[in-house]
Ligand binder design. Sequence first.
Ligand SMILES: NC(=O)c1ccc[n+]([C@@H]2O[C@H](COP(=O)([O-])OP(=O)(O)OC[C@H]3O[C@@H](n4cnc5c(N)ncnc54)[C@H](OP(=O)(O)O)[C@@H]3O)[C@@H](O)[C@H]2O)c1
Length: 235
Amino acid sequence: MTTTLITGANKGLGFETARRLLAAGHTVWLGSRDAERGRRAAERLGARPVVLDVTDDASVAAAVRTVEAEGGLDVLVNNAGIEGRTADNTVIGPAETTADVMRTTFETNVYGVVRVTHAFLPLLERSAAPVVVNVSSGLASLNALSDPSSPAHFYPGVAYPASKAAVNMITVQYAKAFPRMRINAVEPGFTSTDLNGHTGTQTVQEGAEIIVRMAQTGPDGPTGGYFDAAGPLPW
Ligand SMILES: NC(=O)c1ccc[n+]([C@@H]2O[C@H](COP(=O)([O-])OP(=O)(O)OC[C@H]3O[C@@H](n4cnc5c(N)ncnc54)[C@H](OP(=O)(O)O)[C@@H]3O)[C@@H](O)[C@H]2O)c1
């Protein structure tokens, strides 16, 4: 039996990933920073709720104790993320990007990934087939954002792409350090969720595809890579 934890799984891509991995036979811990939202989402799916705020050491430590007490962890999906738009759903552009905007975005998208991964490493090391999926973005790609012919080139924000580029680097470095684990970054594609005010063009079913696939990768699968549903992506 494979046990999987998904952060930020009370809605959006994380929720859909939980639904699909439960259908594939995983025991799923549905992470949510809000206890009630998490309880309701887990109840809908038949998952196990666990309160987990990726920006809070104590919350993550408590989640580790809960998951450990119930038998450990095989698969960690670092999905929780924020884009940091303004109240009217506008991407924060370069002129408006302050150090505080960067800090807030990195606190969840970057330090959150490190905080959660670091805390769950001892449990993953005890698994026979440990897997980590870092939910990155196509906007992480320096190639794509600097190429005028790329659809991602138009994206004006600074903090979000920078945070996801950091997630990609973290993925590469962890993958080298823990060769027994399969650790990959994935790009779900532009998906209609609360994150982008439902401007995304894909469904969550389409977006979750590569997250679900990488969560199920076996010991002979890839590690240290960056993938979308069509295959490997250039960094
Ligand atoms: N949608 C896209 O087009 C797209 C494209 C590429 C990558 N992604 C990535 O996909 C992941 C999921 O995003 P989504 O589109 O599904 O967005 P979403 O519907 O807004 O879901 C984001 C999830 O992250 C949670 N979260 C935010 N801050 C958190 C924190 N400090 N601790 C724990 N959970 C936290 C949210 O919880 P609350 O409900 O409590 O806010 C929510 O459950 C993100 O990493 C995002 O960057 C999305």
